[in-house]
Design a protein around this ligand. Structure first.
Ligand SMILES: *[C@@H]1O[C@H](CO)[C@@H](O)[C@H](O)[C@H]1NC(C)=O
Ligand SMILES: *[C@@H]1O[C@H](CO)[C@@H](O)[C@H](O)[C@H]1NC(C)=O
Length: 302
């Protein structure tokens, strides 16, 4: 009895331990995709603070600057010209914009917002995206989504970058005004898929990820994958390297590239493990740690 009670307590404690999330992106704080992700994570029980660029900062990689007063309105007119360098939604202080790069939005979320909303503690995890459009291969080097996830990992907060094939940069209001539009439906599917991934990763034993390491996750089109449960995750590498020996899985020590797996039919989502400093693939031993953590949701594409 006592043993069972303690096991129950341990489960409860660990489930509560890793639930503080800073949510960021590079498409801006008011796109449908990031608000759908915020809603999905919050509904799933996560303690979420959104900290995203005020405007579209797609393709800005790891650029960084001190946030400045808005010289143009926030995207979709969500704040007027002259608004302060950082600001929040008038009725929901958890929704924040930062008028600088994705790296700066992630940093503001981790260093300024997290202590305020998480009773002085650090976030457990940083979710970057889902980005609008995939970030595959060498594109990771210019991706603001990957830049923000890398910044988190370099600050000691485990993170992952998520990028999705279907959808365009539309306002969050689209989710309610056109709930059956392709953009809205894709945003809902991808955000549920991200929650299912986060649930598994954050339930794994500490540390959530090795230090200085992040994940690059990509989702294929929703055209023939019409619900989150249709997708399967595959462990991949960012760059092709026939000379590298990867972790052994799916009968080989050569992981497929994320580009090759995303291009296949079969609703395969890709997970690549990368070094947040170099944005390059990691060694087999580090891949093995992630493989073990995600074993329950990983499959083979070959
Ligand atoms: C956002 O920025 C990217 C990169 O500069 C650009 O390709 C894209 O068209 C922009 N989106 C919008 C809606 O202007
Ligand atoms: C701010 O939050 C309110 C309440 O959730 C919402 O109705 C409004 O559209 C939001 N505006 C922005 C710019 O986020």
């Amino acid at each position: 009895m006592l043993f069972l009670a303690l096991v129950g307590l341990a489960c409860t404690v660990s489930a509560q331990t890793a639930n503080k999330i800073v949510l960021t992106n590079d498409d801006g704080w008011a796109v449908a995709q990031i608000r759908a992700q915020n809603d999905a994570l919050t509904t799933a029980g996560y303690n979420v603070v959104l900290s995203c660029p005020a405007i579209n900062e797609s393709g800005t990689g790891s650029s960084t600057a001190t946030p400045t007063t808005l010289k143009t309105p926030c995207e979709f007119n969500t704040c007027p010209t002259g608004s302060p360098a950082t600001g929040s939604n008038a009725t929901d202080p958890r929704l924040n914009y930062v008028n600088a790069f994705p790296v700066d939005a992630a940093r503001f979320g981790i260093q300024t917002l997290a202590p305020e909303f998480f009773s002085g503690s650090k976030p457990d995890f940083v979710v970057s995206g889902p980005n609008i459009g995939n970030n595959l291969g060498s594109t990771v080097l210019i991706s603001g989504t990957v830049g923000a996830a890398s910044e988190a990992a370099l600050e000691g907060i485990p993170s992952a970058a998520f990028s999705a094939a279907t959808g365009g940069q539309v306002s969050y209001t689209t989710l309610t005004t056109s709930p059956t539009a392709t953009d809205s439906k894709a945003a809902i599917i991808y955000s549920a898929l991200t929650v299912s991934f986060i649930d598994v990763l954050l339930a794994s034993s500490a540390p959530i990820l090795p230090s200085g390491i992040s994940l690059n996750v990509n989702y294929p089109s929703t055209t023939s994958c019409t619900s989150a449960s249709a997708f399967k995750f595959v462990l991949t590498r960012i760059n092709a390297d026939s000379g590298a020996t990867d972790v052994e899985t799916c009968g080989t020590t050569h992981l497929p590239t994320e580009s090759s797996v995303i291009a296949k039919a079969g609703c395969f989502a890709t997970v690549s493990v990368f070094n947040a400093n170099t944005k390059a693939d990691v060694n087999a031993a580090t891949q093995a740690i992630v493989l073990a953590k995600l074993a329950s949701i990983l499959t083979c594409s070959n």
